[in-house]
Design a protein around this ligand. Structure first.
Ligand code: 13P
Length: 248
């Protein structure tokens, strides 16, 4: 069965609650689609008003992060139950900005991935190499290590339902999109890894996105590759261009 494309916006630390609602109203008609899953991953404080604003549309809401504990003395953190109760379906885990600025490592991310599955949230698990790693020729080794560590004790059925986002760090917010060939090569490598770790059926089912300076001009080419099932979009997700990316 063909995989359904999934295009998610990662709003990062942008949009106050009132700005968020305005943006959703503007984007709603532009991102309508019968063939592509559309997700808005928004800052925690925007989740409640955005869930309300997307009611009755094809837009699902995602969080940008989550903690792995159920509840308790973890000042500033947000639990899976809180997200679910607010109407969230997806959660981005392991974005390179969280790995880099907030020192999230693969041991922590594995706990978060398992908690998301336990509670019924769909993880969008990010991986990607730095420019130095690409130049040293260790891109795939690095990504294999990230994915293998993040998916310890995760079942084939769970992996089949998740989303993996390949985001080369050097392409994020830089205007430098990976070439279509570079993006396809790594996404194919990720699918091969999943086949190796699990089986062919799981590898065929898992959806793999590309992220990093995706825009209205590059989306069609990227998303038409055999192993790229859509995108995780930063800057361009905050503009009407996001409609063009969804309907590439
Ligand atoms: P940009 O599309 O702004 O490069 O961001 C990509 C990204 O990090 C999405 O998670």
């Amino acid at each position: 069965m063909a995989r359904r494309k999934i295009v998610a916006g990662n709003w990062k630390m942008n949009m106050t609650p009132s700005e968020a609602v305005k943006l959703v109203e503007e984007l709603k008609p532009l991102v309508a689609s019968e063939t592509v899953d559309v997700v808005f991953c928004v800052p925690a404080i925007d989740i409640v008003p955005v869930v309300e604003a997307v009611k009755g549309t094809n837009i699902a809401v995602g969080a940008e992060n989550m903690y792995f504990e159920d509840k308790g003395a973890f000042t500033g953190e947000i639990s899976a139950d809180m997200l679910l109760d607010a109407g969230v379906k997806y959660v981005i885990l392991g974005h390179s900005e969280r790995r880099d600025y907030f020192k999230e490592d693969d041991v922590l991310l594995n706990k978060k991935v398992k908690k998301a599955f336990e509670k019924g949230l769909t993880p969008i698990l990010c991986c990607g190499e730095s420019l130095e790693q690409r130049e040293m020729g260790v891109t795939m080794d690095w990504i294999r290590l990230q994915i293998k560590s993040d998916l310890v004790d995760v079942t084939a059925e769970q992996v089949a339902s998740m989303v993996i986002a390949y985001e080369p760090i050097w392409a994020i917010g830089t205007g430098k999109t990976a070439t279509t060939e570079q993006a396809q090569e790594v996404c194919k490598g990720i699918r091969e890894l999943i086949a190796e770790m699990y089986d062919e059926a799981t590898a065929e089912a898992v959806r793999i996105q590309y992220g990093g300076s995706v825009n209205a001009a590059t989306a069609a080419d990227l998303f038409s590759q055999p192993d790229i099932d859509g995108g995780l979009v930063g800057g361009a997700a905050l503009k009407p261009d996001f409609g063009k990316i969804v309907n590439y």
